[in-house]
Design a protein around this ligand. Structure first.
Ligand code: SF4
Length: 443
């Protein structure tokens, strides 16, 4: 009889709680768990908690899995502990396997606290491919995948494609799908957790990427977004991907939601992206003060940021700027500079987050003694509901006030509102945008 594997993508809705973008309906296909389940040699079932409320007892009773795989992030840690406990009490013979960013960062602690059978560190697909689960126990270091073309083609019918209908502000055409063209990033930003994909960048061949796109469309997706950390690591390759997408002669829209680096761009790249249907990209800008950027080892310059955003603008690609308030070297002046910098750039959208050091990063090591004793993993979210740490230069209230100031000053400028109205009318999002505006708590 075939082994039965239940694959659960654990999603903590609190991640966005209280943030300005809480109103946004964003449905991101769980690429990681679909990719794992697609390579599983047995009967697989996928549950995406972002879409369906998980009733674990019902799933265990109905599907009768031999193995349960859970992929989760730090904020879901305590919830995953309780799920493991329920599974263990339901049937002690079910093999519990944990993976993802948090499990890869803190494998010993995860194994000890959850009493799972296996904690996989790294890319889970090679662990799934090897298949001899029953013989393994404890922490398993999964081999990095050197040739990404070896990854299984995602079997998108493991989820209901029609569930992935997001707000028009997130996806122009629905349903939309997450794909990946590369994994890894050679940079060493001190706040970034690299425990799953690592520093070695690996790219799929252009042909395989085109196969992924054709395949997701055959399942009914109308748009896609590349999840890559560094899509433009090789400009020529990025342009080749665009050319091939053009040759497909399909009418598909796509985005680069995880972002591109600003220090490896040129005009031809943005022209090609636009021609191939890419209509929005994000940039991890983080700060508008060069010393703060250098202190987190970002490796980018303010004029490179300006150049990249302006080139996007010129080539009709919408831009999202990600910023962080409360980085260790921040003070009142640098945060003010960051807000002013955001306003000077022709960005279409911004997202400001309160700095929270992530486990297994340089900034975690630097800040861990400043983290308040009553903070636990549940509190690591974009807008925390309690004071997380004692910042060396900023009061906690000042950090929160700056968050409000950043959003209000950026989005409520008459010049911005006018520009946004024009973009909305051009793209047909006006109604959704007005709803979003009215649904946002500006103070
Ligand atoms: S933040 Fe982005 S550029 Fe920096 S190390 Fe992480 S993935 Fe690379």
């Amino acid at each position: 009889m075939k082994t039965r594997g239940l694959f659960i993508s654990v999603f903590n809705k609190n991640l966005y709680k209280n943030t300005k973008y809480d109103f946004l309906k964003v449905r991101i296909t769980p690429l990681n768990i679909v990719s794992l389940a697609s390579g599983f040699n047995g009967t697989a079932k996928v549950i995406d908690e972002n879409i369906h409320k998980l009733n674990i007892i019902e799933e265990l009773s109905d599907f009768k899995p031999d193995i349960v795989f859970l992929s989760f992030n730090t904020i879901s840690y305590n919830y995953v502990k309780s799920l493991c406990n329920i599974i263990r009490n339901f049937d002690k013979n079910i093999l519990i396997v944990l993976g993802g960013c948090h499990a890869s960062s803190k494998p010993s602690e995860t194994l000890r606290d959850t009493k799972a059978d296996i904690v996989v560190v790294g890319e889970g697909e090679s662990f799934i491919k090897e298949g001899n689960f029953k013989k393994q126990r404890g922490i398993v270091y999964s081999k990095p995948i050197s040739n990404l073309d070896d990854l299984p083609m995602p079997k998108w019918d493991l989820i209901d494609v029609n569930d992935y209908d997001s707000s028009r502000l997130y996806a122009k055409n629905n349903p939309s799908c997450l794909l990946e063209s590369s994994r890894g990033c050679p940079h060493r930003c001190y706040y970034c957790n690299k425990s799953v994909f690592g520093y070695k960048i690996r790219g799929k061949t252009v042909n395989r990427i085109i196969e992924d796109i054709s395949s997701c469309m055959s399942y009914g997706f109308k748009e896609f977004s590349f999840a890559d950390d560094f899509f433009n690591y090789n400009i020529k390759r990025a342009i080749d991907i665009c050319k091939k997408i053009n040759e497909m002669k399909i009418n598909i829209s796509w985005t680069l939601n995880n972002g591109m680096r600003v220090d490896n761009v040129n005009e031809e790249l943005f022209r090609s992206l636009n021609k191939a249907g890419c209509y929005r990209t994000s940039f991890g800008i983080e700060s508008g003060n060069q010393k703060v950027l250098d202190s987190i080892n970002k490796g980018t310059k303010l004029d490179q940021i300006k150049n990249a955003v302006e080139l996007c603008n010129k080539n009709n690609i919408l831009t999202v700027g990600f910023f962080i308030i409360g980085l260790p070297e921040d003070n009142k002046e640098t945060v003010r500079e960051t807000i002013d910098f955001a306003k000077k750039l022709p960005l279409d959208y911004i997202r400001f987050s309160v700095f929270m050091p992530q486990v297994s990063t340089e900034l975690w090591d630097l800040f861990k003694d400043r983290i308040n004793k009553n903070v636990n993993y549940d509190d690591i979210r974009y807008l925390p509901n309690k004071q997380l740490y004692d910042h060396p230069n900023l009061e906690w209230n000042e950090i929160l006030e700056f968050m409000d100031i950043a959003y209000n000053e950026f989005y409520l400028r008459p010049s911005y509102i006018l520009r946004r109205l024009k973009t909305d009318i051009f793209n047909g999002y006006l109604i959704d945008d007005i709803k979003g505006f009215l649904g946002t708590k500006w103070r």
